[in-house]
Design a protein around this ligand. Structure first.
Ligand code: PGA
Length: 258
């Protein structure tokens, strides 16, 4: 099987004003690999307020833009929300959906995640669908069951020919921001299970095409270990993506590994 594209996504969460975002891109631009590998896609996910400024700043750079969330309706009386057409118009090609922080603090459910995946695909944005178990669920031996049900519910009604348009991120909740990443073995196990679940939904061939990223305490020091796993198609990075030098180090490892 041909090597799949590597995706490295920097999720800024609730960090950086518009001017800080512009300064970040300027610094990062000077640190990008001189001859970047076509096998690596770099994606930045700034907060809504910085999307347009980052879209402008990355115009001549090999960087794509993602939002961190979206509403599933195109427009309407939903105070505080932002729709997929708005994100598309702001320059986004990706949108993160179902991040565990949205599930934990903002009442995101598998049903709303499913509507968001559908909205993103309807408008030509690639959803980056986050799934992952809590520590309690892992301790109870429920990891596989949690991953299957999150994935099956989020992808309900989505046709198999959309497998290339979706990105899944395996993010164990206990690994996020904890400094305690999954081991290579834990990640491999989870990624295999996610792919097997996708194959059950869509068949072996379409399931095999789904890109699956790892996320949770990824750093310049451990990214190489994750990318060495054949089942890992890239990474979703929080804390370590906020500093351009750190993020550039991660990108450099990704480029040498692709
Ligand atoms: P972290 O966050 O890299 O800070 O653990 C990852 C994420 O939440 O996407």
């Amino acid at each position: 099987m041909a090597q799949r594209q590597r995706l490295i996504v920097g999720n800024w969460k609730m960090h950086k004003t518009t001017s800080e975002a512009q300064a970040f891109v300027k610094q990062l631009a000077g640190l990008l690999p001189k001859s970047p590998s076509a096998g690596v896609t770099i994606i930045l996910a700034p907060p809504f307020t910085a999307l347009s400024a980052v879209a402008d700043a990355i115009k001549s750079l090999p960087i794509e833009l993602s939002a961190q969330d979206a509403h599933w309706e195109d427009l309407g009386a939903f105070t505080g929300e932002v729709s997929v057409p708005m994100l598309k118009n702001a320059g986004c090609r990706y949108v993160i959906v179902g991040h565990s922080e949205r599930r934990r603090y903002f009442g995101e459910t598998d049903a709303t995640v499913n509507k968001k995946v559908g909205a993103a695909l309807r408008h030509g944005l690639r959803p980056i669908l986050c799934v992952g178990e809590t520590w309690e669920q892992r301790s109870n031996g429920e990891t596989k069951q949690v991953l299957s049900s999150q994935l099956t519910d989020a992808l309900s009604g989505i046709e198999k020919d959309r497998a290339d348009d979706i990105v899944v991120a395996y993010e164990p909740v206990w690994a996020i921001g904890s400094g305690r990443p999954a081991t290579a073995e834990e990640a491999l196990d989870a990624h295999r299970h996610i792919r097997a679940t996708a194959a059950t939904l869509w068949g072996q061939e379409a399931g095999g095409r789904l890109p699956i990223l790892y996320g949770g305490s990824v750093t310049p020091d451990n990214i190489g270990e994750f990318l060495a796993i054949r089942e890992v198609d890239g990474a979703l990075i929080g804390g370590a993506c906020l500093d351009p030098a750190q993020f550039a180090k991660i990108l450099a490892v990704a480029h040498t590994n692709s």
